[in-house]
Design a binder for this molecule. Structure first.
Ligand SMILES: Cc1ncc(COP(=O)(O)O)c(C=O)c1O
Length: 391
């Protein structure tokens, strides 16, 4: 019986997506820590701080208040209204709260958006280097990710021309844009974002804008795609600016035409988003003062790295505009970023993510460093990298 069951259980072809390599780096760092080594963590893209105290207090009160049942599938109405209000406050947009869908992190927003908007076989453009799960979720859903290589000439951002060239060669159904971006930390200027969105929409290509790093912009203010077109699907999250990664909560602004499809999908896939996380998220909007302090800490970290890394020997990186990433060119030292990251971890005790996670080809020459940790960690990382590279 057991043998028969074993034969039946083969992973499906579509589940055969690559791992997220940063998790392997984390595991290697944990092994060294278990041996008593001190490791500076710059591999995982998450804030060192926790949720704002307003969120914690709201959850405590809710727990004392009674059972936490399911909520409406699209989210607690007052949270949807609060999210819509943030668009008025931050982006001067009048967003209808009916178009706001609360999701289990932006990760679930992508799944819902891709299922609602695309068919198996559809070709979806993604910039490379880029966040690997875009490609991997699309593949698992039977869509074809179309990788568009970017470079310094366009601030490492996709342009309307790049998209249209590929669309003419073979039709493209959708495009994912992200600004500030992971892993590069670069941002699109408002004009560049408008140009890409308008070009895509004129060609009948649906746009999904990943705005998870909004709020963490240092070089200039990030523009929401929702301000450019009501036809864009906007995904966002409480994970980064709001420091709530583990609460697994995010949201989407969905064009009216897709709203019912998204609702039916979420009804069936999740029923609703965890109630306590929704309560925490609504109260997190009242924790802006704490969150702005944390953001200023990232700005300070960014300054420490921009000053210190060139002196340490890492002197070539992409524009460090937003999010909390620095994407460094390591080709002076190695053409194998995985090996470089492994040695830097073992010999210098600094964990970072090899670029091949984000760009299967050119990523061999890049390393992503996350500066969401403490100021002391940043100073220590600069000192350790300097000693190691010179040693
Ligand atoms: C660019 C980008 N989008 C989306 C996500 C997913 O985040 P979450 O599901 O926590 O909202 C991440 C996580 O690191 C990310 O870097």
């Amino acid at each position: 019986m057991l043998e028969k069951a074993k034969c039946l259980l083969h992973p499906s072809v579509r589940s055969g997506i690559p791992p997220f390599m940063v998790m392997d780096v984390m595991a290697a760092a944990a092994r060294l820590e278990a041996q008593g080594r001190r490791i500076v963590h710059m591999e995982v893209g998450q804030p060192a701080a926790g949720a704002p105290s307003t969120a914690i207090a709201a959850v405590r009160a809710a727990l004392a208040d009674g059972p936490q049942g399911y909520t409406a599938t699209l989210g607690i109405p007052s949270l949807r209204r609060r999210i819509a209000k943030a668009y008025a406050d931050w982006h001067q947009i009048d967003l209808d709260p009916e178009r706001v869908v609360v999701t289990t992190g932006s990760s679930a927003a992508f799944m819902l958006a891709f299922l609602a908007a695309f068919e198996p076989g559809d070709r979806i453009a993604v910039a490379v280097p880029g966040y690997p799960p875009y490609r991997h979720i699309l593949s698992a859903l039977g869509c074809e990710p179309v990788l568009i290589e970017t470079d310094a000439a366009t601030r490492w951002c996709m342009t309307g021309n790049m998209l249209i060239d590929r669309h003419r060669a073979r039709p493209i159904k959708g495009v994912i844009v992200g600004s500030p971006a992971n892993p590069t930390g670069t941002m699109m200027e408002a004009d560049a974002l408008s140009e890409l969105i308008q070009t895509a929409e004129d060609a009948g290509i649906a746009v999904i804008s990943d705005e998870i790093y909004h709020g963490l912009d240092y070089a200039f203010a990030a523009r929401s795609a929702a301000r450019i077109s009501p036809g864009v699907i906007v995904a966002n999250s409480f994970s980064k600016y709001f420091c709530m990664t583990g609460w697994r909560i995010g949201w989407m602004a969905v064009p009216s035409a897709l709203l019912r499809a998204v609702e039916c999908l979420q009804q069936n896939l999740a029923i609703s988003v965890p109630t306590l996380s929704q309560i925490a998220a609504e109260a997190a909007f009242d924790g802006r003062a704490e969150l702005e302090d944390i953001k200023h800490g990232y700005e300070e970290n960014r300054r420490i790295l921009l000053d210190g890394l060139p002196r340490a020997g890492l002197d070539s990186f992409l524009p460090v505009d937003g999010a909390f990433y620095l994407y460094a060119d390591i080709s002076r030292f190695s053409s194998d970023s995985f090996q470089f990251a492994t040695r830097m971890l073992e010999e210098a005790g600094v964990a970072a993510t090899p670029g091949i996670d984000f760009d299967p080809i050119r990523g061999r020459k890049f390393l992503r460093l996350c500066y969401a940790g403490s100021r002391d960690d940043m100073r220590e990382a600069v000192a350790r990298i300097g000693t190691w590279l010179k040693g």
